[in-house]
Design a protein around this ligand. Structure first.
Ligand code: HEC
Length: 113
């Protein structure tokens, strides 16, 4: 039989888990990404996205601010934004990977098409 005595700790445990999850995201968003590591990881992006910032049907991702970049990648990772290719790519990246990519792409000036 389930009594309040059982439900209390379960709710407490669930809220602790949610809290820890949010905490991890905030911590990761505070760290600056490693630009050199981001450049290394970017080889898997520039087959589609142009480093020049030109859009050839694929949106440019250079010169973004790092916070927006992180948030967009995270929405693909959570599958809150539709695009199979981007969802698959984002799912393979850690918070640290995305931070590094954000830091690298932010250093690139769009030179147009
Ligand atoms: C197979 C081709 C392909 C590869 C590889 C790829 N992308 Fe994308 N990316 C796309 C397409 C297509 C879109 C637009 C999807 C949409 O409309 O949501 C996109 C969208 C994005 C966006 C959002 C752009 C915007 O203006 O909203 C970001 C950020 C992004 N990609 C980053 C990356 C990063 C970082 C990598 C490498 C880790 C990467 N992409 C690899 C095809 C690709």
């Amino acid at each position: 039989m389930i009594t309040l005595r059982h439900i209390g700790p379960a709710i407490w445990a669930a809220s602790m888990l949610i809290g820890a999850h949010i905490g991890a995201h905030v911590a990761a968003a505070d760290e600056a990404g490693d630009i050199a590591f981001g450049e290394y990881l970017s080889s898997q992006c520039v087959t589609c996205h142009q480093l020049s910032g030109a859009s050839n049907g694929i949106p440019p991702i250079v010169g973004w601010d790092t916070t927006s970049f992180f948030q967009v990648m995270d929405t693909y990772r959570q599958k809150a934004r539709e695009n199979k290719a981007m969802q698959t790519i984002a799912a393979s990246l850690s918070d640290q990977d995305i931070k590094a990519l954000a830091a690298f792409f932010a250093t690139i000036e769009p030179t147009g098409d």
